[in-house]
Ligand binder design. Structure first.
Ligand code: SF4
Length: 392
């Protein structure tokens, strides 16, 4: 797809779609740039009218990422989009059904070497298949894709990928599983019309992540009822979380907080997220509620902060390095993260006297222990009580 490889061993790519009128060239390009900055590799724009195709002719050469034209109903718009120079097309077999029209588009795409996605959508399934299968089923969606593929093959065109999206997660997962059994064509994953945040995120993640972990899928799109930048971010973050994409931003982890917490962990974690924003610091940073367990529980993190006695204890890979006033915790975290990112952990640790920090952390740890006890949950007494009741 233009400069982005899809399929085979290529990295999984993230896609999204603009929500501007494609004829609005400047507005659409602005959104494309925002999407690319958020981690989107390929952007789709609707090509629903001739003005949109004309817009694409101006958008494509100025876009930082390959552009796909989304085509519904009018096959002539596919021809116009190719003329405009798009790097890819998406056709919905449910609403361009004439074999002649499909083959006309595929022949032109073959000559121009432009890939096409066969975008089956549960909601707009070919009525004949709906009738044959008695509804939207995985089998019906797979057959829809196979029929379209057969038309493509008739004209010797095989530069394609396929999606079988549905808004129902189990249905979508099963359709992709079945599809992956019958073809090696690259697959584009998505849960269609997943809805607004946060439910849409959960639905899309449930479907997409399940399949990716099974080794199914080559490119993904979150279809959210939200600013498309949220789609791009979600796609990137999912790939990072699954270890399928190298991390570019902070991975902020935080303890869930408990009775031992010395700070409002939710507030500090949120403030830290905001402070890091989109900074390109690929480190794992931990916000922990107490110094008693925090540094140990988050010892794998590159950097972290734990609260104790109104102070923030900074630690690098589990090692105490500095103590700061509670009010400066977030600021200190950002400063240390930037330093580590630039100079490495060893250099960051070398700039301080860790013995002092370790002593201070130990002092606060002890103070908290004597205050709340080593056993904050009073488990010893609880166990005695459980046994006593059991003996009755
Ligand atoms: S780090 Fe401390 S406050 Fe956070 S969950 Fe663990 S024990 Fe509780």
């Amino acid at each position: 797809m233009g400069k982005v490889l899809i399929g085979g061993g290529a990295p999984i790519s993230v896609q999204s779609m603009t929500i501007t009128k494609t004829a609005d060239v400047e507005g659409t390009l602005q959104q494309i740039y925002a999407l690319a900055a958020a981690g989107c590799d390929i952007v789709r724009c609707t090509c629903n009218e001739i003005e949109a195709a004309e817009g694409l002719a101006q958008i494509v050469p100025r876009s930082p990422v390959p552009i796909i034209a989304d085509i519904h109903h009018q096959y002539k718009m596919a021809l116009a989009a190719m003329e405009a120079g798009v790097q890819g097309l998406r056709l919905n077999p449910g609403n361009i059904r004439s074999p002649e029209h499909i083959k006309a588009v595929a022949s032109e795409a073959r000559d121009r070497q432009i890939p096409i996605r066969i975008g089956v959508n549960g909601g707009s399934l070919d009525p004949a298949l709906y009738k044959k299968y008695g509804g939207i089923t995985p089998e019906a969606m797979v057959e829809s894709a196979q029929r379209e593929m057969a038309y493509f093959h008739e004209v010797d065109f095989d530069l394609m990928k396929i999606s079988v999206k549905a808004s129902n997660v189990p249905l979508m997962v099963e359709a992709y599983r079945q599809l992956s059994e019958v073809t090696d064509v690259p697959l584009h994953l998505g849960v269609t019309e997943a809805g607004p945040l946060p439910n849409g995120l959960l639905k899309a993640t449930a479907g997409i992540a399940t399949l990716l972990l099974e080794g199914i899928g080559d490119t993904i799109r979150y279809s959210l009822t939200a600013d498309p930048v949220e789609e791009a971010k979600a796609g990137r973050q999912l790939l990072e979380a699954l270890g399928l994409r190298e991390r570019k931003n902070i991975d902020l982890i935080a303890c869930p907080s408990c009775g031992r917490a010395e700070i409002d962990v939710i507030d500090v974690a949120n403030r830290a997220m905001k402070a890091f924003g989109d900074r390109k610091i690929p480190l794992q940073v931990a916000v922990m509620g107490c110094v008693v367990n925090g540094p140990g529980e988050a010892r794998e993190a590159d950097l972290g902060i734990a609260a104790g006695n109104k102070r923030g204890h900074l630690f690098v890979k589990g090692r105490s390095v500095a103590v700061v006033p509670e009010a400066d915790m977030v600021e200190a975290l950002v400063e240390w993260a930037e330093y580590i990112n630039e100079h490495g952990s060893e250099a960051a640790v070398a700039r301080v006297d860790t013995a002092i920090a370790e002593r201070e952390a130990e002092r606060d740890r002890k103070a908290l222990m004597s205050d709340k006890g080593e056993d904050a949950n009073h488990s010893t007494e609880r166990i005695v009580e459980i046994r006593r009741r059991n003996e009755r």
